[in-house]
Design a protein around this ligand. Structure first.
Ligand code: GLC
Length: 436
């Protein structure tokens, strides 16, 4: 597995950045690149720095860190730069095409973790830290000033691709409310379903809605105030806000190292953890749920995102116990199931092979592992790690995995193989025992 992971990262390296997978995702993705840097750290430390620097080359003047940097053109990808139409936006960078939305904020905790890897021994490290800190800070500031219209301490996502959990059933009710009767057809433009089994990917109906939102953003010229007024998709996602909270903590730690004034971040942080624990916590069900800001109600579907407050380290004893119970009941009916399905097995929408509607993802498991350790639940943490490494060893470095007990003749590795963050986080697990 170790050799395969190294070979995968080398194969997916494009001289400056890493593609998540050559066939399906031929550019640089935001949170992928953060997780990938953690794997590069051990054998290719210089590349870890290049990876992060390449990602921030795409940062907009208003602080937005795009979810894709289109470093090269590729006819095999939809939606490409022609659909995003960000070239005309004043805040977008010159000389590099990017998408116009973001992804969960991982870079502060990624950079903090690099401190305890060979990367921090590079002569360049101190310069890198001083250079990257204000950029990450600008991204967090963008989120708090552009994505939190009521000053709640919770930022909203404006597209399901910003959640990282693309076709999670949590977004179904939002998309069902979108009228696409006059929207353009996009099924014939898709490329993903040519290289990967369509049964494992989002449906055409979903895709049409995803692109309808992108078309709306382009029409609004990526003006966040206009989007907040007009868009049907405004969601306070529990994963996104939990990663923001975790990253705030790391940013404070990095800022203090640099002798910076971190009070602004501390204020954000306090508001965010309080808001996650009130607005997104459901005491009756003992679980965290995202909130549909447009419709004005919580989205009561149990997904693995609901465990991410553990990773942020913001749960009290009652919350930790309730989450632990859910993990070993509704997410794994018995010991033969592997953790952690992206959607609870007892949800009607659960689908064991369809992307974020049931399969296990390595990055979520890695964050869950650290969250469980940090929450004083080492046995459960060990189970998550064991389950993940077993998949990677037995099946290979797939994008996601079927959580059901094995059956002869059914393959459990799904999506695309040679997937970069599966390889990178395997390396982090194999080299780095320290909890984050
Ligand atoms: C899919 C995933 C997303 C990831 C991207 C690139 O869209 O849902 O989380 O960043 O692929 O790997």
């Amino acid at each position: 597995m170790h050799e395969a992971a190294l070979a995968t990262l080398d194969r997916n390296w494009r001289g400056g950045y890493t593609v998540p997978s050559p066939r399906l995702y031929p550019f640089q993705w935001n949170w992928d690149s953060g997780f990938i840097a953690l794997g590069l750290a051990w054998h290719r430390p210089e590349r870890a720095l290049q990876e992060i620097r390449s990602m921030f080359r795409g940062q907009w003047a208003n602080g937005l860190l795009p979810h894709i940097n289109f470093h090269e053109s590729s006819p095999d990808y939809f939606p490409g730069p022609a659909v995003w139409q960000t070239a005309a936006v004043a805040a977008a960078p010159r000389g590099l095409a990017t998408s116009g939305i973001t992804q969960p904020p991982v870079f502060a905790f990624v950079v903090e973790r690099l401190l305890t890897t060979p990367v921090a021994q590079l002569p360049e490290w101190a310069n890198f830290l001083a250079e990257i800190y204000p950029k990450i800070l600008a991204f967090h500031r963008y989120l708090y000033t552009h994505r939190d219209p009521h000053g709640e301490g919770l930022v909203y996502i404006q597209h399901n691709w910003e959640s990282g959990t693309d076709n999670s059933p949590a977004w179904d009710s939002v998309f069902d409310a979108i009228d696409v009767s006059r929207a353009r057809e996009v099924a014939h433009l898709r490329r993903d379903t040519r290289s990967v089994d369509a049964a494992h990917r989002p449906t055409d109906e979903n895709y049409r809605r995803y692109i309808t939102l992108v078309d709306l953003f382009a029409r609004c010229g990526y003006d966040d105030a206009a989007i907040a007024r007009e868009s049907p998709f405004l969601v306070q996602d529990v994963l996104f806000n939990s990663l923001l909270a975790r990253s705030n903590l790391s940013l404070i730690a990095l800022g203090r190292r640099l002798g910076a004034d971190t009070r602004e971040i501390e204020t954000w942080h306090a508001r965010t953890i309080a808001a996650i624990n009130t607005k997104l916590w459901d005491p009756a069900r003992g679980f965290y749920f995202s909130y549909d800001l447009r419709a004005g109600h919580s989205i009561p579907i149990k997904t693995s995102s609901g465990f991410m407050p553990l990773f942020a380290g913001i749960c009290d004893a009652t919350q930790r116990a309730a989450l632990a119970r859910h993990l070993v009941t509704s997410f794994a009916p018995d010991e033969r199931w592997r953790l952690c399905p992206s959607t609870a097995v007892d949800e009607p929408a659960f689908d064991p092979v369809k992307y974020w509607r049931g399969p296990v993802w390595v990055n979520v498991n890695w964050m869950l592992y650290h969250g469980l350790l940090r929450s004083g639940l080492p046995e459960l943490a060990a189970r998550v790690k064991r389950d993940t490494l077993a998949y990677l060893r037995e099946e290979g470095l797939w994008e996601y995995f079927d959580p059901r007990p094995p059956t002869a003749g059914r393959t459990r590795g799904l999506g695309t193989d040679g997937f970069s963050w599966s390889a990178a986080l395997a390396l982090d697990w194999l080299h780095h025992e320290t909890p984050l």
